[in-house]
Design a protein around this ligand. Structure first.
Ligand SMILES: C[S@@+](CC[C@H](N)C(=O)[O-])C[C@H]1O[C@@H](n2cnc3c(N)ncnc32)[C@H](O)[C@@H]1O
Length: 217
């Protein structure tokens, strides 16, 4: 691991989670969005502008998603009492009933109509509606950035989880949600570019939260 940042309630590691995870103890919950191994199949572009779609040519933007980290993902449920794993349908995780579904509402100009998270939650399937285009209002800094509202919705199912781990943190959306909800957060990201973005987003979220608490006092 090449860097560790302590930012208020968050501890962020720049490095490969396969090296960092064995150094950590158990956490209350893993909430993550690993690479699904779709780097060579992915096509992206702005919603509503089909002309700007591009087929991924194996170039740099999705280079991190060419190989799915199957061994790590299958071991994640052992690290915590609860787990929420986006893209769980790409991995051979055990059968569970509490899947979460993100319905992207829009049926055109998107590669998938919905995304699925495998979870350890003992509850019926739950769905969250959020059009991908709304991400623009949150500021998009990662090609597969999850909506902040989606990640806060996930954490709402884990009210007792004080420490949240995301070993595939990307731009840090899980961390922003966690600190905004007063939880401790541990994040790992191996790409320096996204690690720096995550540090800034989580620092900003924490500063805004502290200012809000001060002005409310
Ligand atoms: C699907 S993205 C996560 C996006 C994130 N949910 C967000 O909102 O920005 C997965 C991330 O995992 C990172 N990653 C892939 N393999 C990793 C590994 N072995 N250790 C740590 N990070 C890794 C990639 O660089 C990528 O940024």
């Amino acid at each position: 691991m090449s860097r560790v940042e302590h930012i208020g309630r968050a501890t962020l590691y720049l490095g490969d989670c396969r090296e960092v995870l064995p150094t950590l103890g158990k956490v209350d919950a893993v909430v993550t969005d690993p690479p699904y191994g779709l780097g060579d199949k992915w096509q992206g572009g702005a919603a509503g502008t089909k002309a700007s779609w591009k087929l991924n040519d194996g170039g740099s933007e999705m280079g991190w998603d060419v190989e799915a980290p199957t061994e790590v993902v299958l071991g994640l449920p052992d690290l915590a009492e609860h787990s929420i794993i986006w893209g769980g349908n790409y991995f051979s995780l055990p059968p569970r009933r509490g899947w979460l579904l993100w319905d992207k509402i829009v049926r055109e100009f998107t590669s998938g109509h919905a995304e699925l998270a495998w979870t350890t939650l003992d509850q019926p399937v739950r769905a969250f509606n959020f059009a991908h285009a709304q991400l623009a209002s949150e500021g998009k800094s990662h090609p597969t950035q999850k909506p902040l509202r989606l990640m806060k919705w996930c954490l709402g199912f884990l009210p007792d989880a004080q420490t949240i781990l995301d070993p595939f943190m990307g731009s840090g959306t899980t961390g922003v949600a966690a600190v905004q909800m007063g939880r401790q957060f541990i994040g790992i990201e191996r790409e320096p570019k996204y690690f720096d973005i995550a540090c800034k987003r989580i620092e900003d979220a924490q500063r805004q939260g502290d200012m809000f608490m001060e002005s409310a006092a």
